[in-house]
Design a protein. Sequence first.
Length: 173
Amino acid sequence: MGDRAQFFVKDYSDTGFPSEQYDAIFTLETLVHSPNVERTLAELYRILKPGGSITHHEYSLASDDQFTPRERGIVALMNEESAMTSLPRFRFGVLGQLLRETGFIDVKTEDDTAGFLPSLRQYYHKGFALYQPVRLLGLGRRFPNVTSMVEMYPIARKGLIRYDIVTARKPEE
């Protein structure tokens, strides 16, 4: 596929790509890692052609008051140790709001948590035995992926973490 695809390592808040270059943009669980999501969305808007579409598959969170103190601590650990700097801002519906504020139209958010829970359940069962010594020895920060594998499932089952598919379009000019 070398003649049909190109790969770049870029800061997607400052890609250096020409304006209005792309017909569509797709992100998969990456916006949560943006240190400045407004800047990232502005850059994606800039490089998208008029009428072009954008799709984000992202996590979102319930408000803090719905989490127990322990659950808030687990989410904070996952955010910090996995460099998910924007996730604390992604409360239910916020990504759609940020897209509208950036100038996107036809913004739609689909909650696909029901489709995501079976994967989380598998991670939970695969990671459970590995996680027990991590938990007992207080090593969650040193093993954030194992911690996430086990701790995220019960929190998502309670409806506190969602998996959203957010689509939008750049207006025709």
